[in-house]
Structures are given as structure tokens and as C-alpha cells.
Design a protein around this ligand. Structure first.
Ligand code: IMP
Length: 408
């Protein structure tokens, strides 16, 4: 069975924790897009791990993890991460594989990425990890793939600096390289989890272009970047936070207004630890945007939603969520493509009573206070999608499963 986990907002929804949790019942975890721009945090008891490239399932010692064809791999970041895991007692030997179709990030791409964003009149606020340049080299047909490391003519054509950079990594990368489609076909009776990075609204096609990343962070990306046909994806889970965040620039209609809601913004940022795992930047914070969430459900065929960080709202008297936009004199209930329209959009907010009780110790959904259930059930009706998992803390055990995605 193949289950896809994607972000339903602007990334940082808590996918790392959810993938780690669901990986317990999987044998294989495939990350299908992005690169070292992502940052997935996993907390196990007193231990915290920040992963950028390696799929979150690596922390289970019996799982195989794969960096898929849709990814862009920075060898420096990859081997640093493998070393970090080994230093902390996580044996990665024979468990980390890379699709031979994945592209390689070169140091000069990182420099171009940073310089190009600085030179933009309106910078995107990239993570500066060379991601956009690697994907554009790919679409220009000038990229270097893992499979190319064996292609003498191609390697001979490279600039000396690129060849010298790659030289110490070539044998290690080749030893991890696999034909992903054959590998997954061979393991077709396994439970495989396809792990997305970033989120729908940062997807190159579906997101708030040009303020997006360059990979396919939508569910369709799992098929392409995971080397399987779309009909082989059995379920799609969309992860979202009880509020919204965004890192970098670009439209964010439900962002807290810092003149009026500065205190709420600080509260959410501090309580939710809303600082980038990759860059340390404070994340922009706002109300849950249900217009955007419904758009994510539609465009990804989300079968079930996973709500995270609900506990951040435990102490509030009242909670609000955006249910439409006011753009000029129009009420809009769908997610516009136009950045101009999104920038003008004023959130139409609906208020919900707070529950004023800690959710973290709840073991089942039935133990939630009624106002928390009402907030959840309103979202389900609005998005016409069930919320099957609710996360109420960072730890693996602070997760309420209403319905497991592994049941057919
Ligand atoms: P890039 O992916 O480094 O090119 O950055 C493009 C945009 O995507 C910037 O606004 C980044 O802040 C944002 N971005 C990239 N990766 C992540 C992520 O994992 N979480 C949140 N935002 C991200």
C-alpha cells in the first residue's frame, strides 16, 4: 500500500513528525521533492532531530529510506546529515538509497541562488540552498543526475571545479544509487510512505507563484518524484497546522495584522516554536486559512487531513479562522492565482470559542473538550474532508489517531 503525506499550507506543517509516526507501520519511506531547503523536526522523548534531506523514517532502525527522483541532492548536506545520525547512534548503513534520476546541487548553484534572489526587485526570500538553480538547470537540460556520475563523457565535460567538488562523493553516491521504479515494483507488497516537503502553496504550479519553491510539493509530485504511476498512490494525507505560517516573502491573506494582533502573533510564534529549522528565521504567523486549505484538498485529492499544533491554542478564549476573502468589493471563496488579488485580500474571520484546557494529555479524540471538537468538525465540513489524525504535542505519543491511513 502506498500512502502520500504532503503539506497543505506553506510548509512547516509538522510533516516530519507525522511521517515519523506513520513510518512505524511502513517498510519504505520515499521523499519525493525538494532538497536541503526543508527542515523536519522529530522529537522522541528528550531527543530532538532536525532533518533536511533524509526522510524522517530513518529513525526506525529497520526502515529503508529513499531520496526520490524529484529531489535535488546537495552532497555536502547529505553526508553531514548521515554523519550527524551516526554520531547520535542511528545506524544508516545499507538503509539510505538515492534514485539514479535525482539531481545534484553544486556549490556554484548555491552562490547563484543567493545572488539572484538578492538582485530581485522583490526577493522571494529563498533558503539560499541552491534549490531553484538546480531545478532550472534540470529543466534547461544542463543538470547533473546521480546516474551521470557513471557517464564518463558527461563527467569529462564538467568544469574542473565541479569535477573536483564531486570527486570525494562519487563512489559513496554511486553505492547508494538505485533504479527507484524497479525497486518499488520489487517491493510492491510493502507499505510505502511518500514524504513530501514544503507545502501545496509553495508548489511550483499550485502555489503562490512566483513566491514558491521550485519542486513539486503537491501529491502529484509523489508519483513523478517517487517513480510510480498516479494510480499506485492509494491514499493522500494533507498535513496542516491549527493556524498558518509562512517563511520568506509572498502573499499571506490571513497573516496577523501586526498593528492589531502583534501580541497574538508573538504568542503563536513562541508557543508554536515558529522559527525556521533550516534558516532560523522567525516564521510569519496568521489565522488558519480555510479557503487555502480547501484549495489544497481539491488540488491534491486529499483523502484525509492531519491537524497539528492544535495544543498551541489551549489557553485562548477565542479562536478565529479565515472562511472567505474580501477583495475590493467582492467576497471570494476560492483561492486566486493572482498575487495582486491575494495581496489585496482581507480575511473574513469566523470566531470559535476556546477550550481553555490542555489537550496534550488526551489519549483519544473523545477526551477532547467540546469546543476543540467543534473547531475540528467545522473544518471537516468546510473542506469536505475528514481530519483523521490530530497532533497535540511534539512527541510521537502526543498524536490522536481517529483512523489509520494504513487501513484500506
Ligand atoms: P527555496 O526553496 O530555497 O528556493 O525558497 C523558496 C521559498 O520557499 C522561500 O519563501 C522559502 O522560505 C520557502 N521554503 C522553502 N522550503 C521551505 C520549507 O521547508 N518550509 C517553509 N518554507 C520553505
Amino acid at each position: 500500500m502506498n500512502v502520500v503525506v504532503i503539506g497543505a499550507q506553506w510548509g512547516d506543517e509538522g510533516k516530519g513528525k507525522i511521517v515519523d509516526y506513520l513510518a512505524n507501520e511502513a517498510q519504505i519511506i520515499v521523499r519525493f521533492s525538494g532538497g536541503a531547503n526543508a527542515g523536519h523536526t522529530i522529537v522522541i522523548g528528550a531527543e530532538q532531530y532536525a532533518l533536511h534531506l533524509i526522510p524522517s523514517g530513518i529513525l526506525y532502525l529497520d526502515k529503508m529510506v529513499i531520496l526520490g527522483a524529484g529531489m535535488v541532492i546537495d552532497p555536502v548536506a547529505l553526508f553531514k546529515e548521515i554523519k550527524m545520525l551516526r554520531d547520535r547512534g542511528i545506524d544508516t548503513t545499507g538503509r539510505v538509497f538515492i534514485s539514479d534520476r535525482a539531481h545534484i546541487v553544486l556549490p556554484r548553484y548555491i552562490e547563484i541562488d543567493k545572488a539572484r534572489d538578492l538582485a530581485r526587485k522583490k526577493p522571494i526570500g529563498t533558503t539560499g540552498r541552491g534549490i531553484g538553480i538546480t531545478y532550472s538547470m534540470k529543466s534547461d537540460r544542463d543538470g547533473i543526475r546521480i546516474a551521470d556520475l557513471d557517464w564518463k563523457e558527461k563527467m569529462d565535460e564538467l568544469d574542473a571545479a565541479d569535477r573536483d567538488f564531486l570527486a570525494p562523493y562519487v563512489e559513496q553516491l554511486k553505492s547508494m544509487s538505485i533504479d527507484l521504479s524497479s525497486f518499488l515494483f520489487h517491493h510492491k507488497n510493502s507499505q510505502t510512505l511518500f514524504e513530501g516537503a514544503q507545502g501545496t502553496l509553495l508548489d511550483l504550479d499550485l502555489g503562490t507563484y512566483p513566491y514558491v519553491s521550485s519542486g513539486m510539493s503537491c501529491a502529484a509530485g509523489a508519483a513523478i518524484g517517487g517513480c510510480v504511476g498516479p494510480r499506485n498512490l492509494d491514499k493522500v494525507l494533507g498535513v496542516f497546522k491549527a493556524y498558518s505560517t509562512r517563511v520568506g516573502n509572498g502573499p499571506f491573506p490571513s497573516e496577523f495584522n501586526l498593528d492589531a494582533e502583534d501580541e497574538l502573533c508573538r504568542f503563536v510564534r513562541e508557543t508554536g516554536r515558529e522559527y525556521g529549522v533550516t534558516t532560523g528565521r522567525p516564521r510569519r504567523c496568521g489565522y488558519l486559512d480555510l479557503v487555502a486549505l480547501r484549495y489544497a484538498c481539491l488540488t491534491n485529492s486529499i483523502d484525509s487531513l492531519v491537524m497539528t499544533h492544535l495544543d498551541v491554542y489551549d489557553t485562548l478564549d477565542e479562536i478565529k479562522a479565515c472562511v472567505a476573502y474580501r477583495i475590493g468589493d467582492k467576497m471570494v471563496e476560492t483561492f486566486p492565482a493572482s498575487v495582486e488579488a491575494l495581496n489585496k485580500a482581507q480575511p473574513v474571520l469566523r470566531a470559535f470559542p476556546g477550550w481553555k484546557k490542555s489537550l496534550t494529555n488526551a489519549l483519544t479524540y473523545e477526551e477532547f473538550p467540546i469546543p476543540a471538537m467543534e473547531y475540528i468538525e467545522f473544518i471537516e465540513r468546510f473542506c469536505e474532508t475528514p481530519i483523521d489524525i490530530v497532533s497535540v504535542g511534539y512527541d510521537r505519543k502526543e498524536t490522536i489517531i481517529r483512523k489509520s491511513p494504513w487501513t484500506k
